[in-house]
Design a protein around this ligand. Structure first.
Ligand code: HPA
Length: 272
């Protein structure tokens, strides 16, 4: 654990009043509204937490919100930092280490993504089953010990995925499943890159999640990830791409995402 993590943990412990979150959630572009569903909320601004991100992207708030849903204590980051903001893939390591040290065992990642699947258009949700990282970078590059050779088979926990599917079905929320391909951004992909992604087996594309999932697996989190589809990927329809649309269309998926996460967390709260 680095110095920033230790300081952040001390600040959090001094303020959370005995809350012991079991699950951490990171909210993607336009999805911060989920944090409002929490009961008994306590908000700590990321600026008070050394090493926590100060998102520079519209649609990303910058707080760490503690609370409960159906008896499950959670810690929710209402925004993240992306690789494209700094050129560093490991910028989420400090917050993730802090959340793990606080006792979180499960990490739920959400994001906004572009879809390659005509049956899963804007407003839909997609459960990530696996990912493709051909970005050429990895958050674990650099000095480290043998724990950096992380096994990514079942990176997205099969038991949690099953729970997510059951929670979605119980809520009547349609939940597609597919493979997420990470692109560095911040420019959107070209139509040729999307045709390549399709050939390689991708179902959705996005600019986040993968570095966090890799760091989280090294830290021993069980990981689940869900995409909110905000657009068809480049060249798959006649719509131009822009970030305003990402934030606006994520709002369309927010209700389903909130219902899905609420049901999932309630279930997790009932598991010892
Ligand atoms: N590509 C990459 N990231 C995204 C997209 C996309 O089409 N939509 C939302 N985030």
């Amino acid at each position: 654990m680095n110095d920033s993590s230790a300081k952040a943990i001390a600040t959090i412990r001094a303020r959370i009043d005995g809350r012991l979150p079991k699950v951490a959630v990171i909210l993607g572009s336009g999805l911060a509204g989920f944090a409002e569903a929490l009961e008994d909320r306590l908000v700590i601004a990321n600026r008070d937490l050394p090493g926590f991100p100060h998102p520079s992207v519209t649609g990303h708030a910058g707080d760490l919100v503690f609370g409960a849903l159906g008896g499950c204590q959670v810690a929710v980051m209402t925004g993240r930092t992306h690789f494209y903001e700094t050129g560093r893939a490991d910028r989420m390591k400090t917050p993730l280490s802090a959340l793990r040290a606080l006792g979180c065992e499960i990490l739920i990642l959400t994001n906004a993504a572009g879809s390659l699947r005509p049956d899963a258009g804007p407003g839909c949700l997609m459960l990530i089953t696996d990912h493709i990282n051909l970005s050429g970078t990895n958050p674990l590059i650099g000095p480290g010990d043998d724990t950096r050779f992380v096994d990514l088979i079942d990176c997205y926990d099969p038991e949690l995925r099953e729970r997510a599917l059951q929670s979605a079905a119980a809520q009547g929320v349609e939940l597609h499943q597919g493979v997420y391909m990470w692109f560095s951004g911040p420019s959107f992909e070209t139509p040729a890159e999307i045709r390549m992604a399709k050939l390689l087996g991708a179902d959705v594309v996005g600019m986040s999640t993968v570095p966090e999932a890799i760091v989280a697996r090294q830290l021993g989190f069980r990981v689940l990830a869900v995409s909110a589809i905000t657009n068809m990927a480049a060249g798959l329809d006649d719509q131009p791409l822009d970030h305003g649309q990402t934030v606006a269309k994520a709002a369309k998926a927010l209700d389903g995402m909130t219902r899905l996460l609420t049901a999932l967390l309630r279930g997790l709260g009932q598991t010892p």
